[in-house]
Design a protein around this ligand. Structure first.
Ligand code: G3H
Ligand code: 13P
Ligand code: ZN
Length: 328
């Protein structure tokens, strides 16, 4: 059944667990997540970016999620708009049945230019008014999250997030978080705590203290009823990087957020954990391997089946590690 993000994360807070929010673009990713959810008895957050809606088309996304709800009636499903760039984009998502939307007002509508605090408050508050009127939850974002889109770190030059985000002033300010939540009424808040989007987060192997745990604690203590969201939470599995490289891929040395760091974050108030890159890497590795191992095969279902199984296993691992398993 479809539920709102607020319903799910209130339960997660009460029972002290985190929920991975996996990005979905196609049939195989949705099937992988639902298979993992059934196997582990976990509630799910399926999230679609603007890019996902462009890729699949809004009717396909909507119908595929409907199909997931029909095939997995025992699994609570949140359908969430990831990184909504404007109030109108959020409204479109609400109209198409999403039960939760993110208004990312930390950036202007081009999803590149950093926005002013007042702009962020204004657009986010408008979305909350509209969404809450129809029972839809809202995630806002406050702080300077390293991302491909904003050009602050990562994917394009592979430079990683460290040089940029270790600076204290780029982390979310706890006092401003209090003001933001009281002025907008968001249900969940994405905070900048040292992560960045994409595969190129850290160029050296992390040795602990990747996340600004003290900052998470401080923010959580001041806005305990607002669920904290961590973007850029992929762990960038080295095993999948090795498979990709072994079968002809070319990916530079790179590291993600260790699962133990995410678990520490969950202990201190993180409830929604956004993951896209790990599924991309697992699916690509599995497809490269399948194609490399049977070069006469040309039925795409063979490759996609391997990709689905690889993504499913990543999801099972995260559901178990975050304490989501058994909570459906
Ligand atoms: O935050 C970004 C997500 O990984 C979605 O990426 O815009 O390429 O769909 P995308
Ligand atoms: P990753 O790129 O680390 O998977 O993060 C995804 C994300 O934050 C989507 O909003
Ligand atoms: Zn994100």
């Amino acid at each position: 059944a479809m539920i709102s993000l607020r319903q799910l994360l209130d339960h997660a807070a009460e029972h002290q667990y985190g929920v991975p929010a996996f990005n979905v673009n196609n049939l195989e990713q949705i099937q992988a997540i639902m298979q993992a959810a059934r196997k582990t008895d976990s509630p799910v957050i399926l999230q679609a970016s603007a890019g996902a809606r462009k890729y699949a088309g809004e009717p396909f996304l909507r119908k595929m999620v409907e199909a997931a709800a029909e095939m997995y009636p025992e699994i609570p499903i949140v359908m969430h708009q990831d990184h909504g760039a404007s109030p109108s984009m959020c409204m479109q998502a609400i109209r198409s049945g999403f039960t939760s939307v993110m208004m990312d007002g930390s950036l202007m509508e081009d999803a590149k230019t950093p926005a002013s605090y007042d702009y962020n408050v204004g657009v986010t508050r408008r979305v909350v008014e509209m969404a809450h009127a129809v029972g839809v939850s809202v995630e806002g974002e406050l702080g300077c999250l390293g991302s491909l889109e904003s050009g602050m770190a990562g994917e394009e030059d592979g430079s990683g997030a460290e040089g940029v985000l270790s600076h204290d002033q780029l982390l979310t300010d706890p006092q401003q978080a209090v003001d933001f939540v009281s002025r907008t009424g968001v249900d969940a808040l994405a905070i900048a705590i040292g992560t960045s989007h994409g595969a190129y987060k850290f160029s050296r192997k992390p040795t602990g203290d990747i996340l600004a745990i003290d900052r998470i604690k401080e923010i959580h203590a001041r806005i305990p009823k607002t669920h904290l969201v961590m973007h850029g939470s992929s762990s960038v599995p080295q095993e999948w990087l090795a498979v990709i490289r072994d079968f002809g891929g070319d990916i530079k040395e790179t590291y993600g957020v260790p699962v133990e760091e995410i678990q520490e974050g969950i202990r201190h108030g993180v409830r929604k954990v956004n993951i896209d890159t790990d599924i991309r890497l697992a699916m690509t590795g599995a497809m490269r391997r399948a194609m490399g191992q049977d070069r006469s095969e040309f039925d795409p279902r063979k490759f996609l089946k391997e990709a689905t199984a690889a993504a499913r296993d990543v999801c099972i691992d995260r559901f178990q590690a975050f304490g989501t398993a058994g909570m459906a």
